[in-house]
Design a protein around this ligand. Structure first.
Ligand code: SF4
Length: 477
């Protein structure tokens, strides 16, 4: 069943929780990914040293983002890469369309790009008569299924072999139902080979853009990224403005962390470094390369010194794999492009708390994501900050939609709480009343219902802690 996109996270979650196939698919996948990642970081001291290096490299970027972006633009232009700035996803779409139309392109082959998901690019291009074909196997599968990715690294992780076999048998000509993974992969390869050969343009994401040299770094395992960026005559790279590294020397420590954290591999099969279009005398490579830099709310994130740590993210997905919430409900329950812990801090800042205010609350604050993040993003602190912003009076400029979850009942409750805790006589009366009358409150009382719908109501002791201590002879008054 598809999640209700209008409902709050707490209303959507039970749909996934009551889907045994989805639960099994995620549990199996997350257990495997956690074990593979753990095997890559056997020494805790080494791990701490590596992540400190990765965090420092990304922190240098977030400290000087505007300056480094200008440097990247200058280097790219010197190298022959055309650079475009897009303030919004609508602008980015218009830029891509314009480039494609000027080149007369009717079909594009795509490498994996989460920014293109943000832009809903495939849908947009389709509306303008341009066919976009996903070439990453996971993305290809969900494109056939007409779904959105449920994980930022493994987009079809929610599907099992049988579900993929059914999908392929129904969509790939001449293929009978088979759960043989080699046969399924070979069938996808056959279809995609033709698409690569006939595409007018290739579109890819960017893992890191190096400001020092104007190099676009792309990691991948299938070779589809390399084909998408070298075979067609035109390459368009899409990147969020935060995906920067200052120098080439920053790349090895970041590459040491990214695949290990993401898929438990020491290195990906392909590491592509693109620095220019095809040069005279070269036999392959696109004749033109364009880089589209997307802001879409990231400058606002950068403007806040605490929240800008969000921009360090290298999109490894490890926080999702280790999240007790994500691993039970899966990515679609979040309803936005970026699910899991990173999504809970990034989405409300990009989209606004008025539209994604439920996301920071979809967390137990257990800290698993913080311990696992290879670039030390203090996700739990940022979740608390965003929760605060969501109920702060709405004149707070830090986050769009701040104050949108503020309501008079909660405000009144916290004022009462503050009054009680700052006066010992009020605290004494309140705790005595709660101890005496607490058990009389019905389990499904309107104010309790949201809490008790998934928890048992606590049983009150009947006496306050002070009274119980006094009975035991510990009277400090
Ligand atoms: S927040 Fe950290 S763990 Fe999560 S995707 Fe980003 S870099 Fe990876």
């Amino acid at each position: 069943m598809k999640p209700d996109l209008k409902a709050d996270f707490t209303q959507r979650a039970p749909i996934a929780l009551n889907d045994p196939t989805l639960r099994r698919n995620f549990r199996r996948a997350m257990d495997g990914l956690m074990a593979k990642r753990a095997a890559q970081f056997p020494d805790p001291a080494d791990w701490q040293e590596m992540r400190a290096r990765g965090a420092a490299a990304k922190a240098r970027v977030t400290a000087r983002l505007p300056e480094l972006l200008e440097r990247l633009e200058a280097r790219c232009k010197e190298n022959g890469i055309q650079v475009h700035w897009a303030e919004s996803t609508a602008q980015a779409n218009a830029i891509v369309l314009d480039i494609l139309q000027q080149a007369g392109a009717r079909k594009v082959i795509k490498g994996k790009s989460m920014v293109s998901e943000e832009m809903e690019l495939n849908h947009f291009l389709d509306g303008h008569g341009i066919k976009a074909v996903e070439s990453d196997l996971g993305e290809y599968i969900i494109q056939l299924a007409g779904e959105a990715p449920s994980h930022i690294v493994m987009p079809c992780i929610h599907k099992n072999k049988g579900e993929i076999a059914e999908l392929f048998a129904g969509n790939i000509e001449g293929l009978d139902y088979t759960e043989d993974v080699d046969a399924l992969t070979a069938a996808a390869r056959r279809v995609l080979r033709d698409e690569f050969a006939s595409a007018d343009a290739g579109i890819s994401g960017v893992n890191f853009a190096v400001a020092e040299t104007g190099t676009l770094v792309l990691v991948e395992n299938e070779g589809n990224g390399r084909l998408s960026t070298t075979l067609p005559p035109l390459h368009i790279a899409l990147m969020g403005i935060e995906k920067l590294a200052e120098t080439l020397d920053d790349i090895p420590p970041l590459l040491a962390l990214l695949p290990r954290s993401a898929t438990g591999q020491p290195i990906t099969t392909y590491v592509n470094m693109i620095t220019s279009p095809r040069k005279p005398g070269e036999k392959d490579g696109p004749k033109a390369v364009h880089l589209v830099l997307l802001d879409s709310g990231r400058s606002r994130v950068y403007a806040d010194e605490e929240l800008r740590d969000t921009l360090r993210c290298i999109r490894c997905g490890a926080c999702m794999n280790h999240c007790p919430v994500y691993s039970r409900v899966g990515g679609h329950t979040y309803k936005f492009v970026y699910p899991g812990p990173i999504g809970k801090i990034l989405t409300p800042q990009l989209e606004g708390l008025d539209c994604a205010g439920d996301q920071p609350h979809a967390s137990t604050l257990c800290n698993a994501c913080v311990e696992i993040c290879p670039v030390e993003i203090p996700i739990a602190d940022l979740l608390v900050r965003l929760r605060t912003e969501s109920v702060r009076p709405s004149d707070s400029p830090a986050v769009k939609g701040a104050g949108s979850r503020r309501n008079w009942r909660e405000t009144l409750a916290w004022r009462g709480w503050k009054f009680m805790y700052s006066r010992s006589w009020a605290y004494g009366i309140a705790t005595r009343l709660a101890a005496r009358l607490g058990n009389l409150i019905p389990e499904n009382a309107p104010l309790m219902r949201q809490w008790t719908s998934v928890r048992a109501k606590p049983k009150f002791a009947g006496k306050t802690l002070h009274e119980l201590a006094r009975e035991k002879g510990y009277d400090h008054e």
